[in-house]
Design a protein around this ligand. Structure first.
Ligand SMILES: Nc1ncnc2c1ncn2[C@@H]1O[C@H](COP(=O)(O)OP(=O)(O)OP(=O)(O)O)[C@@H](O)[C@H]1O
Length: 252
């Protein structure tokens, strides 16, 4: 184990019933780096990112082989799943705030984990909204419904909700694909800021986005990692001709 590896994946195979969606995936995700997962539709990016905090456990037909460790402990045998999902949080493609107030959305996680003290909750809500670069826009309407926010604000609220439980790793599955360019750019700035404190794994279809925000890039093809390395190398000096073809838009 390399000390700054946050997540290590070894010989991962994943099956939906008879269909094998991931083939012998091996990857090391480093602490406080942004790792982008790119590749054509259906290549297994979402399936892969969901394995990292055991979201695929929720799908009956899924069978997984191989080994995934987070902080040097196997995610199945060394972690309680609730604790794992607190440490390895997730932001989805479509902003999905709960139908409750902005405040309650952010306080929900800490409350579930046993924090009841009001001033402590106030502090967590304020800090998380600040970190998610949303506080200024919502501080006068914290008790108004979250569903009244714009799409971009809702997504930053979902990020605040994840940050409120003090995660270590944040998984993002196409977090900006439903957003306009200005909201997208705010989330990209936020990711840049977040990587000082968190390890981030992001699925994106947007090649420029991967180039702008990630340190490492994994190119998935037909359920396998075709190539993985520093983003600059993947984009400007790929080893695989398939990576080169995909990056230059010849298929996808
Ligand atoms: N719940 C499921 N049951 C059966 N097959 C599934 C399920 N979810 C995904 N698959 C299949 O697994 C493969 C990988 O899908 P996945 O959604 O991981 O790809 P992706 O790279 O994230 O695609 P996209 O970029 O379109 O979101 C596809 O062939 C898909 O049809």
């Amino acid at each position: 184990m390399n000390v700054n590896n946050k997540i290590e994946v070894e010989n991962l195979n994943l099956f939906y019933g008879d269909f094998q969606a991931l083939h012998d995936v091996n990857i090391e995700i480093k602490e406080r780096e942004v790792t982008a997962l790119i590749g054509p539709s259906g290549c297994g990016k979402s399936t892969f990112i969901r394995t990292l905090n055991r979201m695929n456990d929720l799908i009956d037909i899924v069978r997984i082989e191989g080994n995934i460790s987070y902080d040097n402990k196997n995610i199945n045998t060394g972690w309680d799943v609730i604790e794992l999902r607190k440490k390895v949080g997730m932001v989805f493609q479509k902003p999905n705030p709960f139908p409750m107030s902005i405040y309650d959305n952010v306080a929900y996680g800490p409350k579930t984990h046993g924090i009841k003290n009001r001033s402590k909750l106030d502090h967590i809500v304020e800090k998380s909204l600040e970190q998610a670069s949303l506080l200024d826009e919502v501080k006068d309407r914290l008790h108004k419904p979250a569903l009244g926010l714009s799409g971009g604000q809702q997504q930053r609220l979902c990020i605040a909700r994840v940050l409120a439980v003090e995660p270590d790793v944040v998984l993002m599955d196409e977090p900006t694909s439903a957003l306009d360019p200005i909201s997208t750019s705010r989330i990209e700035d936020l990711i840049d800021e977040m990587k000082k404190n968190y390890t981030i794994v992001i699925v994106t279809h947007n090649m420029q986005q991967a180039g702008r925000i990630s340190d490492k890039t994994a190119f998935f093809l037909h359920g396998k990692i075709e190539e993985f390395g520093p983003t600059d190398e993947i984009f400007f000096n790929p080893k695989s001709s398939k990576t080169e073809e995909y990056i230059s838009g010849k298929f996808g």
